[in-house]
Design a protein around this ligand. Structure first.
Ligand SMILES: Nc1ncnc2c1ncn2[C@@H]1O[C@H](COP(=O)(O)OP(=O)(O)OP(=O)(O)O)[C@@H](O)[C@H]1O
Ligand SMILES: [Mg+2]
Length: 310
């Protein structure tokens, strides 16, 4: 039996347990017996130098890669061996590092693509615009707009994604993932390429998503200020191996983590109370919404959506 948490809309948010996962590509072990657990409702970061295996880990969690060995359990459900759409159907959504949106379609249509698997109306009824299909479409559009408002995208709903700024496109990517009504949200480098303001805004947003929906957020990120500022727990990979797993303070003070980031020549402080020269160069965003940030509108859980994955 695994730990569960009740999300705001009464949907169970289970624990994610990665056990002894190994992924081999010709000649290399991209992941080598990696084990960690993600508590329900946590903001959990996976960090590590380039090539450490972070994206491979996300690819295993979302079913893009199949683990050579080991298991991934989401509550009582074994994910290894499932196809990406089956994993998505269990409430696991991924926002991609390289934006995976349709550039020529509007923000609203991109968000509606996120709701596609929740649509019950068949192709024929939809095509014929039968009343039942129109009602369902209205309901999904209303929810997509609610999510857009939460991400401050309301005034961009009719704009083709391709003409938006990079920061806006990244928010649309997160909004599309939220439109699937996930219980576990995987964010692959959500602030890569963003400026400081956009990064702060995204940090506040991630905190607000968890607060509003009660879902689990796992993020892969190189921005240590963001990670150390918002993560409850951090898993550190290096050359496919897990080298540390703990609170932000614990991993920042971990000698092996410091070595992995700074190289063998790194001076590891041994004096009690000494400040490690760990990977925390950027200013950390506040755990609470930062005072200057625009407050986000409330995002109600999708209580009125009986088609959510159960
Ligand atoms: N499809 C693949 N075929 C062969 N090797 C791969 C494949 N995907 C990843 N690798 C290798 O696995 C290792 C881990 O790669 P991965 O992309 O998971 O690293 P990462 O931690 O995401 O790095 P970065 O921070 O640069 O994105 C690397 O050596 C990479 O070259
Ligand atoms: Mg990567």
């Amino acid at each position: 039996m695994t730990t569960q948490r009740q999300a705001r809309d009464g949907v169970d948010v289970p624990e994610l347990a990665v056990r002894d996962v190994t992924v081999r590509f010709a000649g290399i072990k991209a992941l080598d017996r990696v084990s960690f657990t993600v508590a329900p409702g946590a903001i959990h970061a996976i960090i590590g130098p380039n090539g450490a295996g972070k994206s491979t880990c996300f690819n295993v969690l979302s079913g893009v890669y199949r683990a050579t060995e080991g298991s991934v359990q989401f509550g009582d459900q074994e994910l290894t061996g499932l196809r990406p759409h089956q994993i998505a159907g269990l409430g696991v959504a991924r926002a991609f590092q390289n934006i995976a949106l349709s550039a020529v379609q509007s923000v609203e249509e991109n968000l509606m693509l996120g709701r596609h698997h929740l649509t019950k109306t068949g192709f024929l009824a939809g095509g014929l615009q039968l009343p039942q299909a129109r009602r369902e479409d209205r309901r999904h559009r209303a929810r997509a707009r609610e999510i857009a408002e939460f991400l401050d995208l309301t005034d961009k709903l009719d704009i083709p994604v391709g003409v938006l700024s990079y920061g806006d496109q990244k928010r649309v990517e997160v909004a599309r993932a939220l439109c699937t009504e996930p219980r576990l949200l995987l964010l692959d480098e959500p602030v890569a390429g963003m400026n400081a303001d956009e990064t702060r805004r995204m940090a506040v947003l991630i905190i607000e998503i968890r607060a509003a929906l009660g879902i689990t957020v796992v993020l892969v990120e190189h921005d240590m200020g963001l990670v150390m500022g918002i993560a409850d727990r951090v898993t550190v990979l290096d050359f496919g191996r897990l080298i540390a797993d703990g609170t932000p303070a614990q991993v920042q003070a971990d000698a092996e983590v410091i070595r992995a980031y700074l190289g063998e020549a790194a001076e590891v402080p041994t004096e009690p109370g000494a400040t490690p020269s760990g990977p925390a160069p950027a200013p950390a965003p506040s755990r609470a919404a930062s005072p200057g940030a625009t407050p986000l509108p409330a995002l109600p859980p999708a209580a009125s959506h009986p088609e959510k994955p159960s």
